[in-house]
Ligand binder design. Structure first.
Ligand code: SAH
Length: 412
């Protein structure tokens, strides 16, 4: 069939009233997109889905709990007829059209004055596809276009996303080193939106107290071994909850992308077509030394720092760290997960010619009431770790910066 193509346009809806009539899943989809565009959403429906009810309760939209009335369209810039009653939808389009207000209609494209494209946003780009009146074809084309746009933007392999149910998403939140005061504001905002929170041992667990009663909290540091390795089990949980339409917050210690396996989780979500957001966190690599008064760089002392995982000792066949290069780099060395390997690390650095007097500081439970700071020269680091019974979690800093703050009251 030959159709005159629609004219595409980007509407700047911020602060502008948009009327949505209907309270079901179609309305929910529209509302979600409209809110993302900053629209002042007015919803008219005798009943609404729980998610819409929740948005109304939180003041994100204005809900009139009743059936549609002609004058509802009066103040609107744009109208969406999303009820499951064709007669009501027709009445909404008619009322809007009489006032020359554009109106999209969920059940009958030809009966509408505007079409809603299949849309997705990625970074700076918005992908919108209209392909005749077949919404499923539009969605498929949109997914293909989105994959191509993402490949262009991020250099990722172009792979069409799978479809997903409404609303479900995953937010990887960096929780900082453990003190709830070091969780970002956005982290708190996302936690307030969560239906499910998956937490790690090292995340700031104190924030869990502040969650809504009905939020499901899963301690994934205890996910038992089963069909999957634990990380796969966590990925699987994230995806499953999100595909069920939930907002899943993955609350991690420090920053999600610093030895946090955050990208593995993000990729697992992407593969399942689940949208992911990352909220960076205060990493223990910088913050824990800092809380003990140790700057990872200091003018005249250190012009940089390397953050290394010590979970494998130097020389281990699976280790890809060039410890010899580190020993000669002149950079501060910040070791995470190195409590059990510090003796090997110190021996290796000494063998590579590092000054035995190089200051070392181990900070255990940084930012927590139990924080402990232990110091020694590199030559005695192994003894110090054993004598002081330094245990995980601890950050060990090797380099002259470890001594610069000594004597400053309140620091270290
Ligand atoms: N993503 C985290 C690091 C995860 S690896 C981050 O960015 O901070 C776990 C290691 O982080 C621990 O073994 C320890 O070396 C360090 N760590 C995390 N929290 C800590 C804390 N409060 N005090 C000391 N070390 C901590």
């Amino acid at each position: 069939m030959n159709e005159v193509p629609a004219f595409p346009l980007g509407l700047r809806l911020e602060g502008r009233r948009v009327l949505v009539v209907g309270g079901g899943h179609v309305a929910l989809r529209r509302v979600a997109g409209l809110l993302e565009s900053g629209a002042d959403v007015h919803l008219v429906a005798p009943q609404v889905e729980a998610a819409l009810f929740d948005l109304a309760e939180r003041g994100r939209l204005h809900w009139d709990e009743r059936t549609f009335a002609e004058q509802d369209v009066d103040q609107a810039w744009l109208v969406f007829a999303c009820t499951d009653d064709p007669q009501v939808n027709a009445a909404v389009v008619a009322a809007a059209t009489r006032r020359r207000i554009w109106c999209s209609r969920a059940d009958d494209a030809l009966g509408a004055t505007a079409w809603t494209p299949a849309t997705a946003r990625t970074g700076p780009a918005t992908v919108s596809v209209m392909s005749g009146r077949d919404p499923l074809r539009s969605v498929a084309l949109r997914d293909a276009a989105l994959a191509a746009v993402e490949a262009e933007l991020h250099g990722r392999r172009a792979e069409p996303r799978r479809r997903r149910p409404n609303g479900g998403r995953v937010v990887l939140v960096g929780g900082g080193p453990g003190d709830p005061g070091l969780l970002t504001r956005r982290g708190y905002e996302r936690l307030a939106e969560a239906d499910v929170v998956l937490v790690d041992r090292l995340a700031p667990l104190a924030v869990l107290e502040g969650l809504r009663e009905d939020v499901e909290v899963v301690d994934v540091s205890k996910v038992p071994r089963g069909r999957f390795t634990p990380q796969e089990a966590i990925n699987d949980l994230l995806v499953r909850h999100a595909l069920a339409g939930r907002t899943v917050v993955r609350l991690k210690g420090g920053d999600p992308f610093v030895f946090g396996r955050g990208m593995e989780e993000a990729l697992a979500c992407a593969d399942a077509g689940v949208p992911v957001e990352v909220v960076p966190g205060v990493t223990s690599a910088v913050a824990v030394p800092e809380l003990a008064g140790v700057p990872v760089t200091h003018r005249g002392v250190s012009q940089g720092f390397s953050v290394v995982s010590g979970h494998l000792p130097p020389g281990h066949p699976d280790s890809s760290v060039d410890w010899t290069a580190l020993a000669r780099s002149g950079l501060t060395i910040v070791c995470l997960m190195a409590v059990h390997t510090m003796a090997d690390i110190a021996a290796s650095l000494l063998a590579d010619g590092m000054d035995p007097a190089t200051p070392v500081v181990a900070v255990q439970d940084g930012g927590l009431p139990s924080q402990r700071v232990s110091r020694s020269p590199l030559s005695a680091a192994a003894d110090m770790m054993a004598r002081e019974r330094v245990s995980a979690p601890a950050v060990v800093v090797i380099g002259a910066v470890a001594a610069v703050s000594r004597g400053v009251p309140g620091l270290g």
